[in-house]
Design a protein around this ligand. Structure first.
Ligand code: NDP
Ligand code: GDR
Length: 369
């Protein structure tokens, strides 16, 4: 166990925030998280970490806040005096960023600046280490494959452009003010608690719903996109390792393998024993059950993006050599874990004591991005 440190996590209610909070609490940290006020529950992923305010030796705290609210962020940083800040909060959906470009720039780009300014203005430049959740989306249309820390960026969405600003302002505050500020350039990482509108979880939930007879078909966009998919639990370990280095830096975290959306779909259906066959081409293409001929997958052009990122494949040599980090979960195991967890969840929702939940999950499936 490390000595007791205080960490502040923005985006604690998200996939990575939940895994990171678990990791830091297990290491003996006091963990403060920023959550947004929401009209419905948004703390499902961290409910198991919640402690009653009366608990002795309280080590987990939540604060209301928003990346677009500078005075709120300054106050929280002042009150918590963190040794480490992990900036994970973001409007993180690439397709949604085309519709909410200005908000995405504000939350993801300027939000990062607000936190760095809070560190500087409060005189914490020497005390507080900073992690920025940078992304493989920065590479966008980069010609070089695999991508590493030296590959030029070419963002392909308002999300990636906002994250580009966040990347460089983090580098700038490191160089200008000596803040221990690092960028983790993380390739896609997934898990059973991945947001339901990202393609992996959308697929695994649909496969589980189809297996339970709650859904007939899955509608997807571009099946040819290739991604380097790892497991989120591995990646939050890498974030922590970056902030334990004597000198700050920028690191790629990736598995080094790439797979298409099509492969992900095929493997997910294989977990429930359904072999897929493909018929037709373009938007008319269909994925059918090779045994029964039932149509299980169709293309919906609404899910095509104005500009797409065709292939991401990372080279994490620097992280392996300097942080001793590597991805531990294979693609096949990742898909299997996600489908199996969604099958369990789907079965749980079917129990009489949880009658309301299937309605909710079906509603969400209908609105999945
Ligand atoms: P999620 O979408 O699961 O979580 C995003 C978090 O940010 C949620 O807690 C969300 O709150 C919060 N948030 C969104 N907007 C604001 C705002 N304006 N103010 C305060 N909080 C806000 O993302 P992940 O956990 O998957 O990713 C974590 C970070 O890493 C993100 O910055 C993402 O862009 C980046 N990233 C993710 C990768 C991945 O593959 N997962 C890869 C590379 C980078 P709420 O719950 O209320 O919505
Ligand atoms: P990505 O993740 O854009 O890589 O961003 P997402 O899962 O949304 O898309 C991956 C690829 O799948 C294609 N696709 C679909 N995507 C969605 N969401 N829904 C569909 O129906 C669908 N059909 C095909 C997409 O076109 C794309 O090519 C994620 C986020 O976590 C970012 O925050 C993070 O920075 C990057 O990963 C690394």
């Amino acid at each position: 166990m490390t000595q007791e440190k205080t960490a502040l996590i923005t985006g604690i209610t998200g996939q990575d925030g939940a895994y990171l909070a678990e990791l830091l609490l297990a290491k003996g940290y006091r963990v403060h998280g920023i959550k947004r006020r929401s009209s419905s529950f948004n703390t499902e992923r961290i409910e198991h970490l919640y402690q009653e305010p009366q608990t002795e030796d309280q080590r987990f705290f939540l604060h209301y806040g928003d990346m677009t609210d500078a005075t709120n962020l300054i106050r929280i940083v002042q009150e918590t005096q963190p040794d480490e800040i992990y900036n994970l909060a973001a409007q993180s959906h690439v397709q949604v960023s085309f519709e909410t470009a200005e908000y995405t720039a504000n939350a993801d780009g300027l939000g990062t600046l607000r936190l760095l300014e809070a560190i500087r203005l409060l005189g914490l430049a020497e005390k507080t280490r900073f992690y920025q959740a940078s992304t493989s989306e920065l590479y966008g249309k980069a010609r070089d494959v695999p991508q590493d820390e030296t590959t030029p960026f070419y963002p392909r969405s308002p999300y990636a452009a906002a994250k580009l600003y966040a990347y460089w302002i983090t580098v700038n505050y490191r160089e200008a003010y000596g803040i221990h500020a690092s960028n983790g350039i993380l390739f896609n990482h997934e898990s059973p608690i991945r947001g339901e509108t990202f393609v992996t979880r959308k697929i695994t939930r649909a496969v589980a719903a189809i297996a339970h007879g709650h859904q007939k078909k899955l509608f997807l966009g571009n099946l040819e996109a290739q991604r380097d998919w790892g497991h989120a639990r591995d990646y939050v370990e890498g974030m922590w390792r970056m902030l334990q280095q004597p000198i700050a830096g920028d690191y790629v975290l990736a598995t080094g393998e790439t797979h298409s959306v099509r492969e992900f779909v095929e493997r997910a259906f294989a977990v429930i024993g359904t072999p897929l066959a493909w018929q037709g081409t373009g938007v008319e293409e269909r994925g059918v059950d090779a045994k029964t001929g039932d149509v299980l997958v169709e293309i919906d052009p609404r899910y095509f993006r104005p500009t797409e990122v065709d292939i991401l494949k990372g080279d994490a040599t620097k992280a392996r050599e300097q942080l001793g980090w590597k991805a531990t979960m294979s693609f096949a195991d990742l898909v299997t874990e996600m489908v199996e967890e969604d099958l369990v969840e789907m079965a749980r929702l079917q129990t009489p004591s949880a009658t309301k939940r299937p309605e909710k999950s079906q509603r969400e499936a209908l609105h999945a991005e």
